[in-house]
Design a protein around this ligand. Sequence first.
Ligand code: PMP
Length: 422
Amino acid sequence: MNAPLTAAVRPAPLDLPVVAEPAWVADFPILARPVRNRRLAYLDNGATTQKPQAVIQALADFYEQSNANIHRGVHWLSQHATDLYEQARSRVAGLLNAPDSDDVIFVRGTTEAINLVAQTWGQTLGPGDEILVTEMEHHSNIVPWQLLCARTGAILRHARITDAGELDLDDFRACLGPRTRLVAIAHVSNALGTVNPVAELIQLAHEAGALVLVDGAQAVAHDTVDVQALGCDFYAFSGHKIYGPTGIGALYVRASILQGLPPWQGGGDMIHTVSFAGSTWAEGPQRFEAGTPNIAGATALGAAIEYVRGIGLPVIARHESALLAEATERLCELPGVRLVGTARHKTGVLSFLVDGIHPHDLGTILDTEGVAIRAGHHCAMPLMTRLGIPGTARASFALYNTRADIDALVAGVRKAQKLFGV
Ligand code: PMP
């Protein structure tokens, strides 16, 4: 007869995928630096991701070999820099499966992308028109709409979530109406990890005659995104959350909408002609890219996209879901740990509370162990209000995280519990 299994030799449950040791950890130089004399366990990827050598090199290469201003130059370097910038636009289009690279506007990040939509397309709104968001949105998918409503008399509505942190579909349907002009939703919640059923939500919104903006800040690095399959009208993301530099991101706009959008910032590069009698605007995405853009950043974002696609988003998704499953199981084994956000479909994010320890204290103790997590409201104060908590501790995963990071997280939480005597 087989000996009974002890906890020490208990195999992983059949449905718990095994966390692999990814070869690509070595591509990220910062992961080799000790922090507080400990091995760094970087679990703050929802805030920003670390950069692979290929991206760091692309930034340096740009300034070493290719630096010039774009679009206006007749000289070789300017044309070369322009080619790199436009190649990066094609790479973004490829990442999102946008029909054409002209559907992609470079911006500073998700926040700027959403403000761009609010200030351009938003000009079509009038009193009584409605914008629908959800209770789980990041502030950058709430505040630009509040500002727009204050300017236009439009109304901001929000669909409720369930206690598990899933969107309440019945409430979402009930909030849609003849005055709904735009639905603005997170693809993935940064605070809960919930993956929203965006294809279904987009269909419902379109049936109600509304356009849809998807905030993809927490989605693009974690799984394949296809704007054509989703059918969305706007899709926004930040380069720094997909292993690219800060200060660069992209907004996909459906071509038929982009053609009719008025400019938002005036200056060089966004014009066709300028005279004191008036100016005319450039066609395509350039109309929204006034002034010298972040050329080096765009080029390095292109390198980040190549890097991620080289590994393969389905491979990354599998690795991260194994991490999430194991971290969830192991944290839940600890007494006094409560998960916040238990949606059936989650990615990348594990929010939790530990009885008797404030999330900030937990974050500080974990930091002494070299474990970087985030604590607080995660720029989602309405969500925290809905959940009746001031904030959570959040571990968020990326392609380079390993079982050693989960070990460090669990050991750090145990240490905090000992220190606090809970
Ligand atoms: N939306 C979501 C869901 C996010 O997680 C973030 C960043 N935390 C943003 C928007 C804003 O992104 P950025 O600060 O890069 O503009």
